[in-house]
Design a protein around this ligand. Structure first.
Ligand SMILES: O=C(O)CCC(=O)C(=O)O
Ligand SMILES: [Fe+2]
Length: 410
C-alpha cells in the first residue's frame, strides 16, 4: 500500500486504541516486492556487519553514539529510501531517521524486555520482514518498599501482533515508560491480550507459527554533544567522597569509667603515677587520664580516671576506698568518685575524634589522607576531569550497548 507524504494527523486512523498511548500499526506498509528487496539487501551486507547476540543477530546502520558526537556513518541507499519514507509520515516531528537496527530472529528466538534508552528522539518505528512476531510490553520494575515481588509475568501488560510488511510506530508512554521484548517462542497463541488483533487481521484463539523474522528499527539519534554540556559529568559539578571502612564510619562507642576530682592540684603527678601502677587503663591508651574541668569556677579544676566500671567491685554506692587497694595510692588530694563515659576505641577519623572528645579528652593520630578525602578534596581538577572522561566513556558504551539491544551484566 502506498503512503504519500503525510503528516501525523493522517496517521490517526492507525492508532491502536486498546493500548496505552501511543501505538500506530500500519498493515502492509510495504509491498511483497519491497519486502524481498529489503531482505536481499540485508543478506547481501558484508558478514562483518552482523553482530551475533544471544538469541538473535544484529546489524547497526547510521553510526554509533560517542561522547564527542555520533560517529555518523553514511546510510546505504536502500535504507535511506525507507528512512525518508517513514520520516515523511511525520513520525519524528519533522526530523529524519538517521539510525537503523536490523534484527534477525530465527523461530524460537527473541529479545529480553528492555528500554531503548535516552539517546533517541522518543519515537521508534519498525518494519517487519519474513515473519510475524508478538511484541510484548511490561510495566517497569517499581521500587516501592513493601511491594509484592515483581516477576516478568505480573509486569506483563499487553502484546502487539506485528505481521510481515507492517510498520509499527511507538511513542509516548508505550515507548518511554514501558519495556518491550519478544518471547523466544516458535508459536504464538493469540489471546485478547493482543491489543491490535483486528487491525492485524487476526482473531483470538488462532495460533501462528513463526519463521525467520527480520526487523528494521528506524530511529532518530540526537546529537551527542548537546547531551554532555552542563551535565552531571562536568568535573566541577561533583565531589568524590570516600567509602570508609565500618570502623572508620561507625559512631563512637563509649564505656563507663569512674572519675574522681583532684581536689589538690599539687598532688596530680603523684596520683597519676600511683593510679597508673595499680589501675592501668588497659586498651584505653587513647584516653587522657586527667581532664581539666571546663570553665572551672567550681571547687576543683581537674578530674582523673580511677578505673573502668567493669573493673570495679559491684557496689551500689561507691567510695574511693572501694575502688583502690588499701596500699599503693595515697588518697590525699582525691575526691569522691562518679561515673563518666569515655570512648572505647581510638578515633580513626576527624569526625570520630570530635565526637569522642565531647565525652572525654582523647588523643588522635590523624590519617591526613582520610581527612582530605572526607573534605572531598582527594582529587584535583585534572584527575577529576580524567575521571569524568572515563565515566562518560563508560556511560556511552553502556548506552550504545543498550541501544544495540545488549543486556547489562553485573
Ligand atoms: O525486533 C523488534 O521488533 C524489536 C527490536 C528492539 O526492540 C530493539 O532492537 O531494540
Ligand atoms: Fe528495543
Amino acid at each position: 500500500m502506498e503512503h504519500p507524504a503525510c503528516i501525523l494527523e493522517d496517521l490517526k486512523q492507525f492508532v491502536v486504541n486498546d493500548a496505552p498511548p501511543t501505538v500506530y500499526y500500519l498493515p502492509d506498509f510495504i509491498s511483497e516486492d519491497e519486502e524481498s528487496y529489503l531482505q536481499q539487501q540485508v543478506y547481501k551486507s558484508p558478514k562483518t556487519k552482523w553482530t551475533q547476540l544471544s538469541g538473535r543477530r544484529l546489524q547497526n546502520w547510521g553510526g554509533l553514539p560517542h561522547p564527542k558526537g555520533m560517529l555518523a556513518e553514511k546510510m546505504p541507499d536502500w535504507l535511506h529510501t525507507y528512512c525518508g519514507k517513514i520520516s515523511s509520515l511525520g513520525a519524528f516531528s519533522g526530523k529524519t531517521a538517521n539510525h537503523v537496527l536490523v534484527n534477525e530472529y530465527k523461530a524460537g528466538e527473541g529479545i529480553m524486555p528492555h528500554e531503548d534508552g535516552p539517546l533517541y528522539h522518543p519515537t521508534v518505528t519498525t518494519i517487519s520482514l519474513g515473519s510475524h512476531t508478538l511484541l510484548d510490553f511490561y510495566a517497569p520494575v517499581s521500587i516501592r518498599e513493601g511491594d509484592a515481588p515483581q516477576t516478568e509475568e505480573n509486569r506483563f501488560l499487553l502484546s502487539l501482533l506485528v505481521k510481515p510488511r507492517s510498520l509499527l510506530i511507538l511513542q509516548d508512554e508505550m515507548y518511554q515508560r514501558l519495556l518491550h521484548g519478544i518471547q523466544p517462542r516458535a508459536q504464538d497463541a493469540l489471546t485478547d491480550k493482543v491489543a491490535n488483533l483486528s487491525a492485524a487481521g487476526a482473531s483470538p484463539g488462532e495460533t501462528l507459527t513463526r519463521g525467520t523474522r527480520v526487523s528494521l528499527t528506524e530511529k532518530t539519534m540526537e546529537p551527542q554533544t548537546k547531551r554532555w554540556k552542563g551535565s552531571a559529568c562536568d568535573a566541577d559539578s561533583w565531589v568524590a567522597f570516600p567509602v570508609l571502612s565500618d570502623q572508620q564510619s561507625q559512631d563512637v562507642e563509649l564505656v563507663e569509667a569512674f572519675a574522681a576530682p583532684i581536689v589538690d592540684k599539687k598532688e596530680t603527678s603523684r596520683l597519676l603515677r600511683e593510679l597508673n601502677a595499680v589501675r592501668p587503663l588497659n586498651g584505653l591508651q587513647h584516653v587522657k587520664r586527667v581532664r581539666a574541668v571546663r570553665g572551672s569556677g567550681g571547687p576543683h579544676p581537674l578530674e582523673v580516671l580511677v578505673c573502668l566500671v567493669s573493673d570495679a567491685p559491684d557496689l551500689k554506692v561507691v567510695s574511693i576506698d572501694d575502688l583502690l587497694p588499701p596500699d599503693g595510692v595515697q588518697r590525699d588530694g582525691l575526691g569522691e568518685p562518679f561515673v563518666v563515659k569515655v570512648p572505647a576505641r581510638p578515633p580513626l577519623t576527624r569526625p570520630q575524634f570530635e565526637l569522642a572528645s565531647k565525652h572525654w579528652p582523647t588523643s588522635f593520630h590523624e590519617d591526613k589522607q582520610v581527612t582530605v578525602a572526607l573534605r572531598g578534596e582527594l582529587f584535583g581538577p585534572l584527575r577529576k576531569a580524567r575521571m569524568s572522561a572515563y565515566m562518560a566513556a563508560a556511560l556511552t558504551a553502556a548506552e550504545t550497548g543498550a541501544a544495540l539491544g545488549m543486556e547489562a551484566v553485573g
